[in-house]
Ligand binder design. Structure first.
Ligand code: NAD
Ligand code: UFG
Length: 335
């Protein structure tokens, strides 16, 4: 299939490009490079030995986006392009709502105009809010405390309504849990600008000596050891979930969790990282981070039942691959 991947130069998008190319699909990337680098796409080509057609455009720009649909016979869209920093979304709500929602509407409109039957959307476990774990796809969503989460819930709603009105259209709403790790080549991975917000890139930068110690945000949660519990999933497993979604998608709206189904605490991840890589990792306990929930992990059984998809790579692989990428990176801003 010819697949348009928006945000394909980003962290999850670039790994998904690898998985798509390895599965034999043709990939067209649309990315404005606001949080990524074109060099990443060169590395995807290096890994796969395949070509990618790249458009440096903003997918909120309807005219530029429509040009891609006019130039290619597209069979499916995977919409990764979006802004994702929770804290920044509180400070710049309009920027987040505009970018994340308008991009979704522009792409949906182009799909309908050009008869593109498949749409796969990057949603997030954040839409479950403080529901009871494990999170199941048919739970009522709880309002999130930030514009980022709201932009995901609203995009889900918009796509659901469009699909209801266009019964031939196929939409997958994929709710990601916590992607970590990197391609085993060490060529692509997660390279956030500035001080990382997320746990794994923070850990790898402490291990490298770029940051002096990890601050563990709270050890008084009602969890196994008091620290926050998340469902960490290897980014390549997540990437392969998209290839499966494209293959299995039928008409209508389909919601799937992409997680492992296992909760891991902050201290358990620190321990796993130390053991997997034979390193020490200095940390201290700090105050809770505002907005964090105690536990977030998936009921991952629906994707397995319906699609035969499960995450295969374990915590050791996640830690080793994340560290290999951190070590190998000769960094520009995003590499
Ligand atoms: P990322 O920032 O690495 O990738 C996003 C890409 O989209 C970047 O390359 C950026 O340049 C591009 N982009 C953003 N706005 C654009 C626009 N208007 N037009 C064109 N390109 C644009 O982020 P990621 O971690 O790869 O996340 C991909 C998607 O998955 C996002 O929608 C994110 O909200 C969602 N998601 C991520 C996580 C996570 O923990 N990483 C969890 C749940 C959901
Ligand atoms: N944590 C620390 N210290 C740090 C960073 C994080 O202790 O320096 C803790 C957090 O308190 C939390 C856990 O590590 O308990 C994971 O935090 P992350 O920031 O890595 O991930 P979150 O679960 O908070 O959020 C991420 C993305 C969201 C997405 C969500 C989906 O940032 O955009 O996963 O589950 F919506």
């Amino acid at each position: 299939m010819n697949i348009l991947v928006t945000g394909g130069a980003g962290y999850i998008g670039s790994h998904t490009c690898v998985a798509l190319l390895e599965a034999g699909h043709t990939v067209i990337v649309a990315d404005n490079l606001c949080n990524s680098s074109a060099e990443t796409l060169e590395r995807v080509k290096q890994i796969t030995g395949r070509e990618i057609t790249f458009y440096q455009i903003d997918v909120t720009d309807a005219a530029a986006t429509n040009t891609i649909f006019a130039n290619h016979s597209i069979d499916g869209v995977i919409h990764f392009a979006g802004l994702k920093a929770v804290g920044e979304s509180v400070e710049k709500p309009l920027v987040y709502y505009y970018n994340n929602i308008v991009s979704t509407m522009v792409l949906a409109q182009a799909c309908l105009k050009y008869g593109v039957p498949r749409f796969v959307f990057s949603s997030s476990a954040t839409v479950y809010g403080e529901n009871q774990v494990p999170f199941v796809e048919d739970m009522p969503l709880l309002p999130s405390t930030n514009p980022y989460g709201e932009s995901k819930a609203m995009s889900e709603r918009i796509l659901t309504d469009i699909a209801k009105a266009n019964p031939d259209w196929s939409v997958a709403l994929l709710r990601y849990f916590n992607p970590v790790g990197a391609h085993e080549s060490g060529l692509i991975g997660e390279a956030p600008a500035g001080i990382p917000n997320n746990l794994m890139p923070y850990i790898t930068q402490v291990a490298k000596g770029k940051l002096d110690k990890l601050r563990v945000f709270g050890n008084d949660y009602p969890t196994v050891d008091g620290t926050g519990v998340r469902d960490y999933i290897h980014v390549l497993d997540l990437a392969e979930g998209h290839v499966t979604a494209l293959a299995k998608l039928t008409a209508g709206v389909h919601i799937y969790n992409l997680g492992t189904g296992h909760g891991v605490s902050v201290l358990q991840l620190v321990q796993a990282f130390k053991e997997a890589n034979g390193l020490d990792l200095p940390y201290e306990i700090a105050a809770r981070r505002p907005g964090d929930i105690a536990e977030c992990y998936a009921d991952a059984s629906k994707a397995e039942r319906d699609w035969g998809w499960t995450a295969k790579r374990n915590l050791v692989a996640m830690c080793r691959d994340a560290w290999r990428f951190e070590k190998s990176v000769s960094r520009g801003r995003f590499l």
